[in-house]
Write a protein that binds this ligand. Structure first.
Ligand SMILES: [Zn+2]
Length: 1010
């Protein structure tokens, strides 16, 4: 349309005041020398929060929140077609893909044109806007890859911009991995600490070049912009234009009507623009025109923006334009400005004095644990899908992939959704697991029947798995074996190196023996199943399966299993006439304990020393490393603050606001039991009626494992409680501790201190909490203490020498941050509900200084990727005659180097294979392993021939070289000479096929095979 021609006519009409039809001039582009106000139209669509993802999509359950994402997408298309200058960004692929699937070819064609013209920009591009505190980097990569590859496939575009506008604080791994390494040129967000934001506004440092990784430095940096208002809304309530917004400043420009207000509107616009320009650099500012679930009737917003652009530009003091974050980023870049450097991260986040959003690091620990378990399973399942050969028709891993992606949302795994929505995430995971498990069972059967190479579709061997081992329930191992059959246990190892681990399964019979694949009887140990465990088992079976288990296991059978890299071994459990001698654990009762002064547990180098009269942990010694440390371990709870009179800033799903700390004293020796055996020693302690702990020391392992059972947390006194464990030592940690960023880089934390500003301390506990996904450690000049975790938690070091981890929280008030529910999780049988009980683990080790990283990194992989177990019953000899009992997907002479993890091995729909390799160490983290590593792909794929290899961006949506070529190179303040030289692995020679990885590097490849 010839818009320019119309402008003249419009002006004439306006001057005559007889206008009937107005055409607004929205053609403005960037004007150099003027303040450019980039209007970015957006809708922030939570992938589940107050309503489930599908309720949000279709617009049901509107009594909770009037929100319908289908309406947003439906109304955007005509609104953009009505004026080609209008622009819109869309973020959440989970919603977009729901919509896209149901559109006509004509609409799809139209939308493709809108995307290709830049009117509709798909940014961020993952399935959801993932949380950054409680997510594992592998999950962040997977969910982003899922979205990015769809966008590439359907639209042939690669998202350029990170748009993490709502997550509650921002991680280093987000900036360098999910930002720079996916090829983004900039990253936008809103929520940073209120003190930090105030300072950054003062000295105009809201916009920075962020180097999130010490190891990758300037090679993985990204331009980042924290919005000055701390939110992602228009600059004032006047500029909100949803149909039901009540304070909208409506441009009334029809002189035939009353209340003509164009001059006032122009003035309000310009004044808001100037005040924003005062706190940012260059003459470009962005207005985020939208907020949660807006543009359900897009025309109301565009109508007003059309008018503002028209009249503001007529006024001429500033230049308003329809823009997108890409256009804005390019404009910032074109100014050739130098930007301050930001390192580390933006945690923790507080929005005001007593409001630290550090509670959600632990909120909903069962959902967090479930997501982590499923994440590890998904990694293993994809490997087995690859070895079997993918079936698009299923069963496959797609539905688990989708469920996991959605659960990474910043109100999903964060634990800040309503209860019914948390249930929805869990249900999706469960459905996804069921299908993936079928595929896993088929794949194992195919490999064992040696039919995988011939495209095995219907193997005869039927396996079962035990997803309910966490409640001590495994129907497939709780079998009588009286029919002469053995229980066949297949142990699959998803790691790239050989590994040994102790397996524990419930059995109903004590007369059992364990044999390896060669028929050799191996050492095993029986441990009694505690009444507490049986109670949890029965209650949760009733609650979730609607029935009690038909058997009652008496024992845990423990044995040490080993498996080759990316492969399995088979073990056989059979019935014997007599109970196996020495196999049963020796139980030391409390009466025996009181006679001696102390009790020592542990079968190898590591010993834990307890006081005999009370069972207090006293010492941690390791005869190999000569560590001999005083150590105490205890439980306490913080009483949740009620938020005082106005109930604002109470401890809740988001906020951690303690009101006093209360130690939980163990009831003394009566609750202290030691079990000894040839494989492991256990120390059972009942702290009170709702905390039970088992400490384990395994033969051949030099760490202690603590399994805790916490709950139901009592709230009948009217107080919410947040339960922590504390490990105290003499380590002189000088206020300093280290926590991981999304289980990747470790970041130094200093109590009551921030590197970026002078911290005013108002919450000395909550304000020192940080998110933990892998673990944390403290050190002095002699030793380091590391604690690793099995799920996302919050943690800190509140006093020197001490590590504190929050494990569970149950609260009675809402914290006024939107969710509108107290975080009070319950489990119900019929109509009777009790508070949620959590069973989880953490792991402890003390090393001489400089030697802790090896354990943190390698054992961290073992926690994330436990052995995958599959069971069936059959005669041992006939099984061996007809089945492969041991398998490795890689060359038998090869193991992946100790400093490398296989993060992704996945067959894609087109038959190609996605491979991601991650170096596990940072520069300087370990004296032996912080070096360039080499992986030999020919040996990794021993049975296949690689025809083609292409290195891609982290999200596998473009070639790596292509991405590097496009990347904007931002200028930073200060001298570039100071930049340490960054090392990265070199190009892969297609003849030798060796991949080099530098510290912290993750490299992604798409492979084709002959
Ligand atoms: Zn949100």
């Amino acid at each position: 349309m010839a818009i320019q021609g119309w402008v003249l006519i419009v002006l004439l009409w306006v001057s005559c005041a007889e206008a009937k039809y107005m055409v607004y001039d929205t053609t403005s582009k960037i004007v150099p020398g003027k303040l450019n106000v980039h209007l970015v139209a957006h809708s922030h669509d939570d992938v589940g929060w107050l309503k489930t993802i599908d309720q949000y999509y279709v617009g049901s359950n509107n009594s909770i929140q009037v929100a319908c994402v289908q309406d947003v997408l439906d109304s955007i298309v005509p609104a953009l077609l009505a004026d080609k200058n209008r622009k819109f960004i869309f973020v959440e692929q989970a919603f977009f893909q729901r919509w896209w699937r149901t559109q006509s070819e004509a609409i799809q064609e139209t939308v493709k044109q809108l995307v290709s013209s830049g009117q509709l920009e798909l940014i961020n591009g993952g399935m959801c806007m993932h949380d950054e505190a409680t997510t594992h980097y592998i999950d962040m990569i997977d969910q982003t890859t899922l979205g990015h590859r769809f966008v590439k496939q359907e639209f042939n575009v690669t998202p350029r911009i990170g748009w993490q506008i709502d997550p509650f604080g921002h991680s280093a791994a987000q900036a360098y991995l999910l930002g720079a390494e996916v090829g983004f040129d900039s990253l936008f967000f809103a929520r940073i600490d209120y003190q930090d934001r105030a300072k950054r506004k003062d000295d105009k440092t809201l916009e920075v070049v962020w180097r999130g990784s010490k190891s990758l430095g300037s090679s993985a940096q990204i331009f980042s912009d924290a919005f000055p208002a701390g939110n992602y809304e228009p600059p004032s309530k006047y500029f909100h234009y949803e149909i039901d917004d009540q304070d909208s400043l409506i441009v009334q420009d029809d002189e035939n009507l009353f209340d003509y207000n164009v001059p006032r509107c122009v003035n309000e616009f310009i004044s808001a623009a100037l005040s924003q320009a005062n706190v940012t650099r260059t003459n470009h500012i962005m207005w985020t025109m939208g907020t949660d679930f807006k543009y359900q009737y897009a025309h109301t917003w565009f109508r007003q923006m059309d008018k503002f652009i028209h009249y503001v530009n007529q006024d001429g003091r500033v230049n308003a334009l329809y823009s997108t974050p890409s256009i804005y980023t390019d404009a910032k870049y074109a100014t050739n400005e130098s930007w301050p450097i930001k390192t580390d991260d933006y945690f923790p986040y507080a929005d005001r004095v007593n409001a630290y959003w550090t509670g959600y690091f632990t909120s909903r620990p069962s959902l967090k644990g479930y997501v982590r378990t499923m994440s590890g399973y998904y990694l293993a399942a994809r490997q087995l899908e690859f070895y079997k050969g993918r079936s698009k028709a299923g069963p496959n891993v797609d539905s688990l992939a989708d469920a996991l992606a959605i659960a990474q949302h910043h109100d999903g795994i964060s634990g800040t959704s309503k209860q019914h929505v948390a249930d929805d995430y869990a249900k999706r995971l469960s459905i996804g697991y069921d299908e993936a498990a079928q595929m896993v069972e088929m794949s194992l059967a195919c490999i064992m029947e040696s039919s995988s190479k011939t495209g095995c579709r219907s193997p005869t061997t039927k396996f079962q798995q035990c997803p309910l081992l966490n409640i001590s329930y495994c129907p497939s191992s709780e079998v009588g074996l009286s029919n002469g059959k053995s229980l066949v246990v297949v142990v699959y190892n998803p790691l790239g190196w050989k590994r040994e681990d102790v397996i524990r399964i419930p059995v109903i019979d004590e007369k059992v023996t364990v044999k390896d694949a060669g028929g050799k009887v191996i050492e095993s140990q029986l441990l009694p199943v505690q009444n507490a465990s049986l109670a949890i088992r029965n209650y949760h079976s009733m609650a979730y399966l609607g029935r009690s288990p038909s058997t009652t296991p008496k024992y845990w059978l423990a044995f040490s299993a080993s498996a080759p890299p990316l492969g399995f071994n088979t073990y056989f459990i059979s019935r014997v006439k007599k109970p196996v001698p020495h196999a049963k654990s020796h139980v030391m009762h409390s009466s025996e304990l009181s006679k001696s002064g102390t009790v020592e547990v542990g079968l190898g180098a590591l010993k834990l020393v307890y006081s005999g009269n009370g069972g207090k942990l006293l010492r941690y010694t390791n005869s190999r490393t000569k560590v001999n440390a005083t150590v105490d371990q205890s439980y306490s709870f913080y009483a949740g603050h009620n938020g005082s009179k106005d109930k604002l800033d109470a401890s809740g799903a988001y906020l951690f606001r303690p009101n006093g700390s209360h130690p939980l004293k163990s009831k003394g020796k009566a609750s202290f039991t030691v079990l000894r055996g040839p494989i492991l020693d256990e120390v059972h302690q009942k702290t009170n009626s709702w905390i039970y702990q088992i400490a384990r020391v395994y033969k051949g392992k030099e760490h202690a494992e603590f399994e805790f059972t916490i709950g139901p947390i009592p709230i009948d006194d009217g107080f919410g409680k947040e339960v922590v464990t504390r490990i105290s030592t003499d380590i002189r940690s000088k206020k300093t501790f280290y926590t991981d960023s999304n289980a990747r880089d470790f970041i130094e934390r200093i109590r009551d201190f921030r590197k970026d500003w002078h911290l005013e301390v108002n919450q000395p506990i909550a304000g020192n909490y940080y998110p933990i996904n892998l673990g944390m450690f403290i050190k002095d000049d002699k030793e380091e203490l590391s604690v690793l975790v099995d799920r996302a938690v919050g943690g800190s070091s509140i006093v020197d020498g001490q590590v504190e981890i929050m494990l569970h929280r149950r609260l009675v008030h809402d914290d006024s941050r939107g969710v509108g529910e107290a975080l009070n999780e319950t489990v119900c049988v019929l109509n009777k509900c009790t508070g949620l009980t959590i069973v989880g683990k953490y792991y402890l080790r003390i090393d001489p200084l400089g030697e802790g990283a090896k354990w943190r990194r390698s054992f961290g992989q073992e926690i994330y990727s436990p052995f995958l177990l599959a069971f069936t019953e059959q005669d041992e000899n006939s099984w061996k005659n007809s089945h492969v009992v041991s398998f490795s997907g890689i060359d038998p002479s090869y193991v992946v180097p100790d400093n490398v993890a296989i993060v992704t091995l996945q067959e894609l729909d087109d038959g190609k294979v996605l491979l991601r390799l991650a170096h596990l160490y940072e520069v300087g983290e370990d004296k032996d392993l912080s070096v360039i590593a080499s992986v030999e792909l020919k040996k990794l794929f021993a049975n296949k021939k690689i025809k083609e290899i292409k290195e891609t961006s982290l999200s596998a949506n473009q070639g790596r070289a292509e991405m590097e070529k496009k990347r904007l190179v931002w200028k930073v303040e200060g001298s570039p000479k100071d930049d340490p030289k960054v090392v990265r692995g070199g190009p892969v020679d297609p003849a030798t096929l060796v991949v080099e990885l530098a510290p912290m590097e993750i490299r992604t490849f798409v492979l084709a095979f002959n």
